[in-house]
Design a protein around this ligand. Structure first.
Ligand SMILES: Nc1ncnc2c1ncn2[C@@H]1O[C@H](COP(=O)(O)OP(=O)(O)OP(=O)(O)O)[C@@H](O)[C@H]1O
Length: 206
């Protein structure tokens, strides 16, 4: 499903990354500075590899030899960050609808009502982000990502800004998204516990 063979360079950081993984839900782990976020950003088209190839489910996003570099907005990436990055002056509903796309071709489309039900956020729709817990804000961020009609979901340490109790609350929602939307997922984390509970396979960037 995920086929990456790239040379990455970020300032003085340079490394070759090769990931060929059939598992639908892949965790990416490794020490701080190993390049986990850089790999996500390369998949998203936010960092351009020096050379190599990136494909998801057989769809080529980047191939330096073939001069393919699909622009970020056409890569259909749902990206969830450490912090929810919601617009503070808009309510939850407006945040969810920001960047929403309709159905594309024959691809199944995520609709607002279904996403709200999936993530249990119906009672939060009128609230501003300042009035959400960290875990609630992350559920809204996941909903926003789904409504952009992604072909893949990427999570960059989505639990790391939460305390232990909020982490425990969010994990079942992540499992629910994993099991019900059935998209490919790349899940970056430092911690073994959530990786074990969420991912089907683990790739360690040493
Ligand atoms: N814009 C940049 N300019 C220069 N160096 C960068 C830039 N972005 C990242 N780096 C460097 O690239 C390396 C990999 O960073 P990256 O954020 O991908 O690692 P990471 O594994 O995600 O780390 P962490 O777990 O701490 O988030 C680091 O050494 C970092 O300092």
């Amino acid at each position: 499903m995920l086929d990456i063979d790239v040379q990455l360079r970020r300032g003085r950081f340079e490394r070759h990354v090769r990931i060929a993984e059939d598992a639908r839900v892949l965790a990416l782990t490794g020490p701080s500075g190993a390049g986990k976020t850089s790999v996500l950003n390369a998949i998203a088209g936010l960092v351009r590899p020096v050379s190599g190839r990136i494909a998801i489910d057989g769809r080529t996003l980047f191939d330096s030899a073939a001069r393919i570099d699909v622009p970020t907005h056409r890569r259909r990436i749902g990206y969830v960050f450490q912090d929810a990055r919601l617009f503070p002056h808009r309510d939850v509903r407006a945040n969810l609808l920001y960047g929403r796309h309709g159905a594309r071709g024959d691809v199944a489309s995520f609709e607002l009502d279904a996403v709200v039900d999936l993530l249990g956020i119906g009672h939060l729709l009128q609230r501003r982000p300042a009035n959400l817990s960290g875990g609630e804000a992350q559920r809204v961020a996941i909903g926003r990502a789904l409504l952009s009609q992604p072909a893949i979901l990427m999570f960059d340490e989505p639990l790391s800004s939460l305390d232990q109790a909020r982490r425990e609350e969010l994990i079942p929602w992540l499992q629910r998204v994993r099991d019900e939307v059935r998209l490919p997922m790349v899940y970056v984390s430092h911690t073994e516990d959530d990786v074990r509970r969420i991912a089907h396979a683990v790739h360690v960037l040493a």
